[in-house]
Design a binder for this molecule. Sequence first.
Ligand SMILES: [Zn+2]
Length: 179
Amino acid sequence: MSFPKNIKVRRSGIDTKQRAAKAASDEVGRRERQHQENQEIAGILNGLLNSWCDSDPGKNRDVYFFLDPTLRQRVVVREFLPEDAKVYRTQREWNEYSRTRSWHGANYDGVPYWYPIVNLDAVGKGECSKCKSAQPAVEHYVQTYNSPEGDEWLKEFFVLCRDCNSKTIFKSETSDSRF
Ligand SMILES: [Zn+2]
């Protein structure tokens, strides 16, 4: 192998290699970001499927809920429920079930009566910042910090767009206790 004698040729060879290396590392970065975004969206969708079964939402894991059109009430979406899912429609049904629960931290085996069950097209929406279309709004709630000196809870609202695979945060608040 011989080295290029001409300095210009040599330099342009180095530039080409550097450009290629940069393009490759950009591509790796892009894929990593894409992978992280996909992971995050998958986590959100998973939470939307089963956060209703959490007996202390947000205490031990991130929970995600669809909302009613006022964006104040958490709802459960019918299309996200398994067909054979148990649903407690009244407080009385719920009380009966409550008595049979082994310990208060156990997951609920059915949808509690306080979550209205609605169709996906009836959930509260907001505008996706990328495609500007109206997409479902989601509440994210979790205890982000737990210590004797103080706790921190996060409540975040965002628009989830499956077309763009993105979330548009439109409100984010923290508190030192459940809120
Ligand atoms: Zn979008």
